[in-house]
Design a binder for this molecule. Structure first.
Ligand code: PBG
Length: 326
């Protein structure tokens, strides 16, 4: 036992739950969440084995799921479509009666105030599974792809999308979509750019879910090298200059430093983080084995995004987390 006076005792602020709440710096709430929905043709639901609790949905089931989100205080969903048929261009992507267009109309008819975001990319729609049009050598054609992205964004806006979110990492995609939307009269529709998206192994389960794995090769010529962070700021800067309204960093948990760097470099921009399928699958698998407490782990991980500087979190845990936070 020593008898010196200890002036600084950080534990004073941790003594009771009330004191801890008063000293708390960050909070996570249902209105931070964006809930992803996978829509496909046909009826009912198809479970996704690598993403327990997440299903491929019919249009009617997508409405059911969107309603659950809305009733739990989750203000937004992001839609991914699985087309009836795939082709080299991905024609259903901008078809008036494409699966995403149908889902938006149905969801907005039922829940006009829910924010409907659409993922704008080619990979789920093309028969080769790449995020752009290809030349005869199999290389992604950047500038030719921009026109398809713009047409798709306009088609989503016509169906009633509130925000479009291009995820293909094509150079100039934000500018092309902004031009396309404006020319079609959608000057009010914001763009949430997947500005900083890495070529990540953590997308594995999503590619089952959305049936969008590349049939050959990989995405390293357009998605970023996981080793880079300066380049992330350059990508974000270009998207801001092209007119992006929101920035996104993806994946999330292995890239919290990138979220922090983006937050500090762009204090004026709303910033989203994508807590991707592989991050979800890891926690679900560990929890299913009783190796982790799912509820505590999920809420801690989600809080981590807020601490890193994200405003919004795209997460498959959205409904569970919103329930736990009530
Ligand atoms: C592309 C897209 C992908 C994800 C979101 N949009 C897959 C990819 O780039 O390969 C991944 C999301 C996740 O893993 O949860 N349309």
């Amino acid at each position: 036992m020593s008898n010196f006076t200890l002036l600084h005792r950080p534990r004073r602020l941790r003594r009771t739950p009330q004191l801890r709440a008063m000293a708390r710096e960050n909070r996570v709430a249902p209105n931070d969440f964006i809930y992803p929905l996978f829509v496909r043709h046909g009826d009912g639901r198809t479970p996704i084995s690598s993403m327990p609790g997440i299903d491929q949905l019919s249009v009617a089931e997508a409405v059911v799921e969107a309603k659950k989100a809305w009733e739990l205080g989750v203000p937004a969903v992001i839609l991914f479509g699985i087309p009836a048929e795939k082709d080299p261009i991905g024609l259903e992507n901008f078809a008036q009666n494409g699966i995403v267009q149908q889902a938006i109309r149905a969801i907005k008819a039922e829940l006009p105030d829910l924010v409907a975001i659409t993922d704008v990319c080619l990979c789920e729609y093309t028969d080769h599974g790449h995020c752009g049009l290809l030349d005869e050598m199999g290389n992604v054609l950047n500038d030719e792809t921009l026109d398809v992205l713009a047409r798709t964004a306009v088609s989503h806006a016509q169906a009633g999308a509130d925000i479009v979110a291009p995820s293909g990492m094509m150079d100039g995609m934000v500018a092309a979509i902004r031009d396309g939307l404006d020319a079609a009269g959608f000057t009010e529709i914001p763009i949430m750019s997947y500005a900083v998206k890495y070529a990540s192994a953590f997308y594995g389960p999503f590619r089952d879910a959305a049936d969008g794995a590349p049939k050959f090769g990989d995405r390293k010529t357009h998605q970023m090298d996981p080793a880079n962070v300066r380049e992330a700021l350059r990508e974000a800067e270009l998207d801001v200059a092209e007119g992006a309204d929101f920035l996104m960093v993806k994946p999330g948990l292995p890239y919290l430093d990138v979220i922090r760097a983006a937050r500090d470099a762009f204090p004026e921009m709303p910033l989203a983080a994508y807590n991707v399928s592989g991050e979800y699958a890891m926690i679900k698998a560990a929890a299913a084995n009783s190796w982790l407490d799912e509820r505590k782990t999920v809420l801690e991980a989600l809080l981590g995004f807020k601490r890193a500087g994200a405003d919004l979190i795209i997460t498959y845990h959205a409904l569970d987390a919103a329930r736990w936070l009530r």
